[in-house]
Design a protein around this ligand. Structure first.
Ligand code: SF4
Length: 443
């Protein structure tokens, strides 16, 4: 029996893919190994969105090959289709396989190192199963990532995803509804719908607002989240569902990427800064207190100081709760790769720092609104000193102290010393930090 180990780099989509892949390998007689340097098969589920993530893969492959010479190394995820990556790793990695083809993996592994017995084309012909039909091996018993689709049709000029994952493919609403129903029945508390563009979902008579409303109407106590949304697909109907469904968490992740219209055009984002700001206003008017997080790129080719100032202005006006600030790095194969990467590294760093400083202020101001309030928290961990941590519905990380003087209802209901991991608890917020909250278990 061959043992395997999966190393996941990147986004939630990759983590969800790894859960599916692990379940599939288990069902085909493979066994999860606990030491990457002793397992027979090491799979790297890669990310090519930034150069740093790509470099990590090269480092890992070198290290694994050095200390586990006999391992079959498999590259899946974003980098698996890149010809330059295949060439660079051809003497160290054995198999390059796009994630939606991983059903072929057991057969490909059934050969010698660097020499699969069958070609991918041969295997493809005999397979009737679909990758998205695999039921994943969940890594927690309370949060479940549910991919509703894969791929992207948008071709933002800086992004590798449409090339790495292919065009958009969506699961049927019936399949998704069945999976979510099963998860709720099994006691899952947080259902996270994921796709590259979750809100461009379409299958039969279902679009994303209809699917979300259907899931939110299911009985039971659970939260619904969804990642990532594209501004161009934020419809009035979706805003209505967000506003009216209490189970949909009060948090929207909406990538803005830039606050300057010319840069947005060069990025092929298909909205303007004004349209983005209007959307946020509509969402907040429909559901007051909605937390908004974003992705932004600084130093896109040709971005002038004036254009960057427009992003600063947008950050100031929107007041984000969190932002993933990336310094532009050219990605081979993308349209922007041909452009002159002319913003010096030191300037990109400076721009990232300016946004980060601003974000720290707006996030802290937003989090201060929760001071002395009681919020619901889904506990997901506990440190050595007994302090719990979890996530609030608005996606802040919350550090939770147990009440010292007397037992709270939260504790009494569950018995002294009860493990709260995977439970919803009420927490009275005592401290606001820029990127988190602190509190004690409420009465
Ligand atoms: S919408 Fe743009 S940034 Fe997002 S995955 Fe598609 S191409 Fe990439």
């Amino acid at each position: 029996m061959k043992t395997y180990h999966i190393i996941t780099i990147g986004c939630q989509m990759n983590y969800a893919d790894s859960e599916r892949l692990a379940a599939y390998l288990d069902s085909r007689g493979f066994k999860l190994g606990n030491d990457v340097y002793k397992t027979d098969v090491v799979i790297l589920n890669t990310c090519g969105v930034r150069q740093a993530a790509e470099d990590r893969v090269y480092g890992l492959v070198n290290q694994i090959r050095k200390y586990n010479e006999a391992a079959q190394i498999v590259i899946t995820g974003c980098l698996s289709r890149r010809e330059d990556v295949k060439k660079r790793l051809s003497d160290r990695a054995d198999i390059f396989l796009p994630i939606n083809e991983v059903l072929a993996l057991p057969k490909l592994l059934d050969g010698k190192k660097f020499q699969p017995r069958f070609s991918l084309e041969e295997i493809r012909l005999e397979q009737g199963e679909k990758y998205l039909d695999i039921l994943p091996k969940r890594s927690t018993s309370f949060t479940a990532y549910v991919p509703i689709g894969n791929g992207c049709n948008n071709f933002c000029s800086y992004c590798v995803v449409p090339y790495a994952r292919g065009r958009e493919v969506y699961r049927s609403a019936a399949e998704i509804i069945k999976e979510v129903r099963g998860l709720i029945a099994a006691g899952y508390k947080e259902i996270v719908l994921i796709a590259q563009n979750v809100n461009s979902y379409r299958s039969g008579s279902y679009d994303f607002p209809k699917l979300l409303a259907k899931l939110a109407a299911m009985p039971g106590k659970f939260w619904l989240r969804f990642f990532s949304s594209h501004p161009k697909d934020m419809s009035v109907d979706l805003i209505k569902v967000i506003a009216t469904s209490a189970k949909v968490c009060g948090h929207l992740h909406l990538a803005v990427q830039s606050g300057d219209d010319r840069i947005l055009k060069a990025m092929n984002r298909r909205y303007t800064a004004a349209q983005y700001k209007k959307l946020i206003k509509q969402v907040r008017a429909a559901r007051p207190g909605m937390a908004v997080t974003t992705d932004v790129i600084v130093g896109f080719p040709g971005e002038t100081k004036k254009q960057f100032a427009n992003t600063v202005k947008l950050f100031r006006e929107v007041g984000f709760d969190m932002a993933y600030i990336a310094q532009y790095s050219p990605r081979p194969g993308t349209a922007a790769y041909r452009l002159n990467d002319d913003v010096p590294a030191v300037e990109k760093k400076r721009r990232a720092r300016i946004l980060n400083d601003l974000l720290t202020k707006t996030a802290l101001a937003n989090n201060r609104r929760y001071l002395h309030q009681t919020v619901e928290v889904l506990i997901d961990g506990r440190n050595r000193r007994g302090k719990y941590s979890g996530k609030a519905a608005a996606y802040q990380t919350v550090s939770v102290e147990l009440a010292k003087s007397k037992k709270t209802k939260n504790q009494i209901g569950r018995g002294a010393g009860a493990d709260l991991i995977g439970e919803f608890v009420a927490v009275k917020i005592t401290k606001a930090r820029p990127f988190g909250l602190e509190g004690i278990l409420a009465e």
